[in-house]
Design a binder for this molecule. Structure first.
Ligand code: TYD
Length: 334
């Protein structure tokens, strides 16, 4: 199989590419990535010379760049390219619309024009919005509540409209909160780990009782591959770990793994505007297709802390320069 992976220098995309190269030795991969603050060449340093892998620098929202990446034919496109951080979307929404919605549209047009056999849209459980009780199934209404999740929902609707209108062979996966190696230190788990390593406090939004459903990136990437190979066109599949935890529970485990203390290291700060209290996914459909998560949350969290401990060279540069300004903008007023 030949495939175009977009956003393959990001967190989930890079883990997916590494999985493909390891488990599908015949694969040929083109990775189209804009190399933004989150698209980091260091995420794939270990495979960049692999003859089955080719990198093209470019933006999914730029039709010429997509054309260039598709110069050689492919059998599938897997779209990871997205702006993903809710807090950044609150500060500056426009780029989310451009990358997440316009980028998806340009890729869908390419699939249609070149009659590509499969298109998989990597989406998120955040499109379902706040879920006070129960679990979201693929049939649940879309009630996105942040500029980020509204952009992702807009993209999902475009994807489904192409299936309905042109029978473009599309699939959507909706993943839950993902953690593991190579996640940018702006997100809860790696931010808190790296703050704790530096003996700094961790900023818990509001009461910290918000609930997220955590899935390890290895399980998430395997879920996407499984849906790509076995899913039925026009369908959506939820990919969640089934690990519902409050942010405080996660924080306390991280503090314990980093050998710090909750009394000295937790700071409650002003809550995120419009903060969704809870996400929870019903994954019956993906399980019926033959996928299930394998990584136990507690051991996955522990090994993630150890990965960051062993890979300071990777995360240290990400916490300097522009990140320092972002951190100030995001946290100084709270
Ligand atoms: P995040 O990793 O940003 O993912 P998402 O907002 O997409 O779920 O945040 C996970 C949870 O952690 C969310 O409820 C917000 C909370 N959070 C904090 O309490 N403090 C922080 O500094 C960050 C980044 C997140």
């Amino acid at each position: 199989m030949r495939c175009l992976v977009t956003g393959g220098l990001g967190f989930i995309g890079s883990n997916f590419i590494r999985l493909l190269l390891r488990e599908r030795p015949e694969i040929r991969i083109v990775n189209l990535d804009a190399v933004t603050y989150a698209g980091n060449p260091a995420n794939l340093r270990d495979v960049e010379n692999d003859p089955h892998y080719r990198f093209v620098k470019g933006d999914v929202a730029d039709a010429a760049a997509v054309r260039e990446a598709l110069k050689e034919p492919v059998d599938a496109i897997i779209n990871f390219a997205a702006e993903t951080h809710v807090d950044r979307s609150i500060l500056d929404p426009e780029v989310f619309l451009k990358t997440d919605i316009l980028g998806t549209h340009i890729l869908l047009e390419a699939v249609r024009e070149k009659k590509i056999a499969r298109y998989l849209q990597v989406s998120t459980d955040e499109v379902y919005g706040d879920v006070p009780q129960g679990e979201s199934s693929e049939e649940s209404p879309l009630r996105p509540r942040s500029p980020y999740s509204a952009s992702k929902a807009g993209a999902d609707l475009q994807v489904l409209a192409y299936w309905n209108t042109y029978q473009t062979p599309v699939l959507i996966t909706r993943g839950s909160n993902t953690y593991g190696p190579y996640q940018h230190p702006e997100k809860l788990i790696p931010l808190f780990i790296t703050n704790l390593f530096e003996d700094q406090p961790v900023p818990v939004y509001g009461d910290g009782k918000q609930i997220r459903d955590w899935v390890h990136v290895e399980d998430h990437a395997r879920g996407i591959l499984h849906v790509l190979e076995n899913g039925e066109s026009g369908n959506i599949y939820n990919v969640g770990g089934g690990n519902q935890r409050t942010n405080l529970e996660v924080t306390e485990q991280l503090i314990s793994h980093c050998r710090r203390s909750p009394q000295t290291h937790i700071t409650h700060v002003a809550d995120r505007e419009g903060h969704d209290r809870r996400y929870a996914l019903d994954t019956t459909k993906a399980r019926a297709l033959g996928w299930e998560p394998r990584v136990d949350f507690e051991s996955g969290l522990h090994s993630t802390v150890e990965w960051y401990r062993a890979n300071e060279k990777w995360w240290r540069p990400l916490r300097s320069g522009a990140f320092t300004d972002y951190y100030r903008r995001q946290y100084a007023h709270r």
